[in-house]
Design a binder for this molecule. Structure first.
Ligand code: AR6
Length: 171
């Protein structure tokens, strides 16, 4: 798997699948979730509603797949990152964040998708420390040996995340 780093807007990415940092309702929100639903149109929300009707909410660390509607990508994988509280909960929160990346990669493979773009899950509204989240994301992706996925793109929207990824990927 080739790992790439980009600073920009994930809704513009021409890859097979982009990942959404959703919440357990799957019905949209702010941040990257809001941007994806706005740019992708109502087909994404309708697909999320159909999943809700079938399986209920999406648990933290898990992932579901839908159409990408009007986006250039083919599909969107919606995953639910952990809210960061730290303290005694930190180890569990780190494990759940790693699960997000691993479960998205597995779902991409099951759907024969060979290029995938990730946002920096949980580092916005869910307030995960960015350096910690970067290390978890990169380790989870590197540990996942895939015969199907060829390209993984980390799409950073803000400077701080971009600097964290640059130093870890090049260091
Ligand atoms: N492209 C790429 N990254 C983006 C974009 C974009 N267009 N917009 C924001 N980011 P957040 P979370 C980055 O808050 O912390 C939603 O309301 C942003 O800079 O979107 O997992 C959901 O519904 C940050 O680094 O997601 C949930 O309720 C990263 O995306 C909750 O927020 C993640 O920030 C999830 O919180």
């Amino acid at each position: 798997m080739k790992i790439e780093l980009i600073k920009g807007d994930i809704t513009k990415m021409e890859v097979d699948v982009i990942v959404n940092a959703a919440n357990s309702s799957l019905l949209g929100g702010g941040g990257v979730d809001g941007a994806i639903h706005r740019a992708g149109g109502k087909a994404i929300l309708e697909a999320c509603q159909a999943i809700r009707n079938k399986q209920g909410k999406c648990k933290t660390g898990e992932a579901v797949i839908t159409t990408a509607g009007d986006l250039p990508a083919e599909k969107v994988i919606h995953t639910v990152g952990p809210v960061y509280n730290g303290g005694k909960r930190e180890e569990k929160e780190k494990e759940l964040l790693a699960n997000c990346y691993t479960n998205c990669l597995k779902l991409a493979e099951e759907n024969n998708l060979i290029s995938i773009a990730f946002p920096n899950i949980s580092t916005g509204i869910y307030r995960f420390p960015k350096a910690m989240a970067t290390e978890i994301a990169i380790n989870a992706v590197k540990q996942h040996k895939s015969k199907i996925i060829e390209t993984v793109v980390f799409v950073c929207f803000d400077d701080e995340n971009h600097e964290c990824y640059k130093s870890l990927l090049n260091g």
